[in-house]
Design a protein around this ligand. Structure first.
Ligand code: F0G
Length: 407
């Protein structure tokens, strides 16, 4: 390696120098990954110094591939709670059940971990504009980090399909929002074309290999919060499939440098109406067949052709994990159950993970003595309309009648 990190194609294995901007392999068009020189990191790793730093993404600076620390763009992302859910443990009949609450990030989703690294890279590359297509959270996060960095931000959204809270965030942070007819997959192909034509715009979708480098800190933090231990299973909702790979990669790197002993089984959950990866994993094949018209109440993961699908399949296979799908009804039930028995408010895509593991436990596919961590990827306020729709309506009454109706 010429540097302590480089791009590497997951298909042909060719490496590229990190000073250049790439989204896919220039040789074969395959997906790119950032490979770190783990030997180099391991020789310089000072665990005590690491543990003295506050719990957030930059606690793990030594694993984050940026060059110029003066350019770091941060809103103090990460350091999210790992809640032990005793009521759910009892209900589900499982030894240890935790929720890693990513809704506590600055813009309310795990995307902030990727954006602190991605937007820092944008400054290192010297661009003036950043762009993404999004089902909502990526655009909310990118808009905020671009604002912090003083960059322009362009977001392409599937018209009418983005939850209100997310749209509000992109708007208030001053992004240029373009809503296009069609679904997310279409929006993503459009923004890719724009960034290919316009070299001055940096693409910060999950095709961008630097973003998962920030998101891998979900794995770092979970291990750290468990006293450098790991759960038996790590459950995560899958949309464009960057996150499951990123978290897997986080555990992989920790194992390589000797900080943990095992990698948890990665369990990926999709919605019934958008489950190309679940189908591929069930069939035991490496190539997935895109779903043409994805449909689910969990708009964040309403994706039929996930760009990082093959990375997700790899993470599941290599960790001995699995994939499962859940219906919209199961998602809503899990969302309410988590909110009402544990006080944790999440958006539907995150509830999908809870619904999925519940199904696997009930079916006997998870041992009762296991330790399970579910990643709750986004805050309930992201999709307030859905939360109101699936809850009881307020009791409307005259002021004089209040005592009568409270029950
Ligand atoms: N959960 C939430 C709340 C999300 O917003 C997303 C993805 C996922 C899970 C799935 O993560 O794509 O890495 O598999 N949202 C993207 C967006 C697509 O545009 O905000 P993934």
């Amino acid at each position: 390696m010429r540097s302590w990190f480089e791009y590497e194609c997951i298909d042909c294995g060719k490496r590229q120098p990190p000073e250049k901007r790439f989204y896919v392999c220039p040789e074969c068009g395959g997906l790119l990954e950032i490979e770190l020189d783990l030997q180099y990191i391991s020789e310089r790793l000072d665990r005590e110094a690491l543990e003295r730093k506050p719990l957030n993404v930059w606690r793990y600076r030594q694993f984050l591939p940026i060059v110029d620390e003066s350019k770091i763009v941060t809103l103090q992302e990460g350091g999210t709670p790992l809640y032990r859910c005793r009521r759910l443990e009892e209900k589900l009949g499982i030894a240890e059940f935790y929720v890693k609450y990513e809704g506590a990030n600055p813009t309310g989703s795990f995307k902030d971990r990727g954006m602190t690294v991605g937007v820092t890279k944008a400054l290192e590359f010297g661009v003036k504009t950043v762009a993404c297509a999004s089902t909502g959270n990526t655009s909310a996060s990118l808009a905020a980090y671009a604002a912090k960095a003083g960059l322009k931000c362009l977001v392409i959204l599937p018209s009418g399909k983005v939850a209100l809270g997310k749209l509000a965030q992109a708007a208030i942070h001053g992004a240029r929002i373009v809503a296009v007819k069609g679904n997310f997959d279409r929006a993503l192909s459009l923004v890719r074309q724009i960034c290919e034509k316009r070299g001055d715009i940096y693409l910060l979708n999950s095709l961008n290999p630097f973003r998962p480098q920030g998101q891998k800190t979900i794995g770092f933090e979970i291990a750290d919060q468990l006293g450098w231990g790991v759960p038996d299973r790590l459950v995560v909702p899958m949309g464009n499939c960057a996150n499951i790979w990123a978290i897997y990669k986080g555990f992989f790197e920790l194992k390589e440098v000797g900080m943990i002993e095992n990698i948890p089984r990665m369990v990926g959950i999709q919605a019934e109406g958008a489950k190309p990866i679940v189908d591929a994993v069930r069939k035991g094949i490496d190539k997935f067949i895109p779903v043409e018209n994805p449909e689910t109440i969990a708009t964040a993961i309403r994706i039929g052709n996930p760009v990082n699908g093959s990375k997700a399949i790899r993470a599941i296979k290599r960790s001995g994990g699995t994939a499962e799908s859940v219906t919209d009804e199961e998602i809503i039930e899990a969302q309410r159950e988590l909110a009402r028995s544990e006080g944790i408010g999440v958006e539907p895509a995150s509830a999908a993970a809870i619904a999925g593991i519940k199904k696997l436990i009930e079916r006997g596919e998870v041992d009762r003595d296991e330790k399970v961590v579910c990643v709750a990827t986004g805050n309930v306020l992201k999709d307030p309309e859905e939360a109101v729709r699936v809850s009881e309506s307020p009791l409307e009454t005259e002021p004089e009648e209040v005592l009568k109706v409270v029950g």
